[in-house]
Design a protein around this ligand. Sequence first.
Ligand code: SAJ
Length: 416
Amino acid sequence: MSNVSVLGLGYIGLPTAAILAVRGHQVHGVDVSEHVVQTLSDGAIHIVEPGLDIVVSGAIKSGALTVSLDVAPADVFILAVPTPFLEDHKPDLSFVRSAAESIAPHIAKGNLVILESTSPVGATKQLSQWLGDLRPDLKFPHEFAEHCDVNVAHCPERVLPGKVLEELVENDRVVGGISESCTQAAISLYKTFVDGKCLATTAATAEMAKLTENAFRDVNIAFANELSILAEEQSVDVWELIELANHHPRVNVLQPGPGVGGHCIAVDPWFLVSGSPENARLIRQARHVNDQKPDYVIAKVEAALSSAPRPVVACLGLSFKANIDDLRESPAVDICMRLAKLSGVSVKAVEPHIEQLPATLSDHGNIELCDVAQAVAEADVVLLLVDHNQFADVPTSFDLSAKHIIDTRGLWRQRR
Ligand code: SAJ
């Protein structure tokens, strides 16, 4: 068992730190946010993820997990920091760079550095180069391969928000070192808490494997989103259509929705596109199809709006998918914001997983966060954006007969 330092205590870093602590490692978690560090020190958590609060509070109480704003020496450093994209869709590695700068003074011979953040091809080698520049007294694998002092590897996270604790342990992991010994060192660590297989490869292949998984899903969701528009033009119920098509043994169409959100599927395909702008044609087009789905939803709402001087739209759900609190890149947030800009429209937003609106929405005076009963009662148009469990019974619990209903997720299909 090792001393492990996890940098970035977000949706991936925090559960990873907690599981490592439960499996017997001494873990130190580091985050740049005082709020995050304070919340965790108090034994609470700052995100919604089923079961995570219990695991984290247990690990903090037992002392197996400590948290602070400062990096300390460790045997293993795991970087789980954000890798967003810039305005031009090129990857932004500035958080990885900052994490490298913060660990560099504490790195010692024999250490292992793992990049878990989803990264463009070449990022792990770049990390090794940055560390090498910052610590010329140590040998890093991009230059010294098997003769390095510090192992550097990529092991992309692959867990599904909402099922993180389960998938962290059960999923297979792709582990790619800058050298073979780096790969093996990283695999030794993952084997202490992963029940799935640890699959050895190179750093570049591991980077590209993660991007491939998310781009595959994005392309397939784009297919479903495009299909939903074609089906509606033919007055065909797209959910019935997909259900029937999926009876074919080799067909598995995904589900349409109001667009694709989250920090992964709506972002990662761009890392492939920016690596080869001329050749990544289908992957780029899928991104555009999914990004344009909110336009279609807004046009449907506009068509449904009554001639009342101040029509009200109830937007049910703000998170990027069901039963989580994560609003990042959420098409629902985008749609609410754009509806609020329509002349005379007021928006009643319902999101059971948050207590206050994010600034992007609260800045609009005509968006109010309220409960489902109030939103539905006041609405002319009821727009379902997220299929949270809490919304399943809305058609049976409330009188929607005088409302215009737009269900972007097919949640209420059976009840109509
Ligand atoms: N969505 C649809 N239709 C579907 C499935 C999803 O519209 O049939 C939408 C969701 O509503 C959401 C978005 O796509 O807005 C993404 O949701 P998701 O559940 O497909 O994926 P994420 O972003 O929560 O997690 C993905 C996962 N990747 C794959 O399934 C290939 C997860 O395993 C990764 O670890 C995660 O990205 C990540 O961190 O990269």
